[in-house]
Write a protein that binds this ligand. Structure first.
Ligand code: ATP
Ligand code: MG
Ligand code: MG
Ligand code: MG
Length: 461
């Protein structure tokens, strides 16, 4: 099943369940200061869940353009993470709840009329105390106990770990659906969140039942397409692989799936797509907030190109491929390709102009660290690399991690503060995510254990 067909089927299915098909919100929601980018389908409905807006409907379904900055370092290394991706969602505002949500997810996934995935390829998780959800999966859907895992807050309370400790706002237990791949690993494709609390203030008494119980679900479009298409990563689906191939062509390398260059090509594909969608919305690469994230993505892609021996802008040449592969759902991209390509090329040029100096400096720095038996990149060097050569500190951190070096963020911030005082500039822009993401991702911070370990976990072998 083609990706475009899957998107349409999902919306059609939930329309048959009485959901109003709503358009995607923008990718960069200026109306919502709590996030830089839309992180999930529910974002545009936050006030609906809180009962703050008058509703024309109590059931909705969307395909939402999302971008998760917290996943940047996963891209290219895991099989199933992008920065920009599309999330298919269905939502209930005080209308249907757990029973329907679970039944409909199962029906959509397994019924031959819809996706027809064999039920025995699926397993689920529920929040450890959620007997109701467990009961529905077990008694009504008929899933054996062995395929229903009870998980704790870290996995199955959304957002945040302990129910009382997350960001203010709507939250609740969730149930996730996993698909089992041929190689024995599994991939999470859909999260059903039973949004039933409003969290406000400090624990312990900060969880209040919402005036009405809600449903918020998110299914990854690209992940589900990859499962249905039987391909090894999200980047191999019909809507993305042409971009990977275009990237291989402009970079003059062959895409071979499991080597350094292929990882680079997947990252370039992802970052090109994210940049196109963002710049299309007039969020250009720059020094702050969402703009800085886009700068960082473009520079990361340029660095990947540089490591494949490119010395001239190339990323902008992929704009057409992104517009072309996404023209059915997003025909508007076709109208801004020239403007978008120009902006990307300008950013590439600026970085290419200093990258030689930056890379030489980094290599010297790593050599010096090696001979000094030092394992942490000094913050002052990273600050200098940024202000002199335009190398974002996150890129230095990535390169350092490849050598198993850590990175001195504290020292970096101090050095940048000093620099700002001296130059009167406004240079320091740290990488940010929305509060929901920050919290979730903060819980997942693990020490760097090398690419192989990361990949083994995530099925690129
Ligand atoms: P994971 O554990 O794989 O990082 P998640 O639990 O963070 O996923 P949710 O917040 O539950 O993801 O989002 C709902 C769905 O969106 C997921 O089940 C998945 O299918 C999809 N999804 C989440 N993050 C990404 C991403 N970075 N790229 C592509 N799809 C994603
Ligand atoms: Mg995640
Ligand atoms: Mg997960
Ligand atoms: Mg999840």
């Amino acid at each position: 099943m083609k990706t475009d067909e899957l998107r349409q089927k999902y919306l059609d299915f939930f329309q048959t369940k009485g959901c109003t098909v709503c358009p995607s919100d923008v990718l960069v929601p200026a109306w919502d200061p709590s996030v830089l980018f839309t992180p999930a389908g529910m974002n545009q409905f936050k006030d609906h869940f809180l009962g703050k807006v008058e509703l024309d409907f109590t059931r909705a379904t969307t395909c939402q353009k999302c971008l998760r900055t917290g996943d940047i370092d996963n891209v290219g290394r895991t099989a199933f993470h992008h920065t920009f991706f599309e999330m298919l969602g269905n939502f209930s505002f005080g209308d249907y709840f757990k029973e329907e949500s679970i039944h409909w997810a199962w029906e959509f996934l397994t019924d031959k009329k819809w996706l027809g995935i064999p039920g025995d390829r699926l397993s689920v998780t529920v929040y450890k105390d959620d007997d109701e959800a467990h009961g529905i999966w077990h008694n009504k859907i008929g899933l054996p106990d062995a395929r229903i895992a009870r998980m704790d807050e870290d996995e199955n309370f959304w957002p945040a770990s302990a129910p009382s400790e997350g960001p203010d706002g709507v939250c609740g237990p969730c149930s996730e659906i996993y698909y089992h791949l041929e190689d024995g690993s599994e991939v999470e494709i859909w999260n059903l969140v039973f949004t039933q609390f409003n969290r406000s203030g400090n624990p312990p008494d900060n969880l209040r039942p919402l005036p009405s119980k809600n449903i918020d679900t998110g299914m990854g479009l690209e992940r589900t397409a990859s499962v249905l298409q039987g391909v090894p990563t999200n980047f191999h689906i019909d809507s993305l692989f042409p971009i990977v191939q275009a990237a291989a062509e402009v970079c003059g390398v062959k895409y071979e799936y499991n080597n350094d260059n292929s990882r680079r090509l997947r990252r370039i594909t992802d970052h090109a797509r994210a940049s196109v969608f963002s710049i299309h919305e007039n969020v250009y690469p720059g020094a702050k907030d969402a703009r800085y994230v886009i700068r960082r993505l473009i520079r990361r892609a340029v660095l990947d190109g540089y490591q494949m021996n490119l010395r001239e802008p190339f990323l902008y040449k992929l704009v057409e491929a992104v517009a072309e592969t996404h023209k059915t759902p997003y025909p508007e991209l076709g109208q801004t390709t020239a403007r978008v390509a120009e902006a990307i090329e300008a950013e590439e040029k600026a970085f290419f102009a200093t990258i030689d100096g930056g890379m030489t400096r980094i290599e010297r720095l790593f050599k010096q660290m090696q001979s000094d038996s030092q394992s942490m990149v000094p913050g002052a060097d990273a600050a200098d690399l940024q202000t002199t050569y335009g190398v974002p500190p996150e890129l230095v951190q990535t390169l350092a991690a490849e050598q198993n070096y850590t990175f001195d963020w504290k020292g970096y911030r101090t050095a940048m503060d000093e620099h700002a005082t001296v130059s009167g500039g406004d240079q320091q822009v740290l990488f940010q995510t929305g509060p929901l993401e920050t919290l979730k991702e903060a819980l997942r911070v693990t020490p760097f254990v090398g690419y192989d370990a990361t990949e083994a976990e995530s099925t690129i072998k």
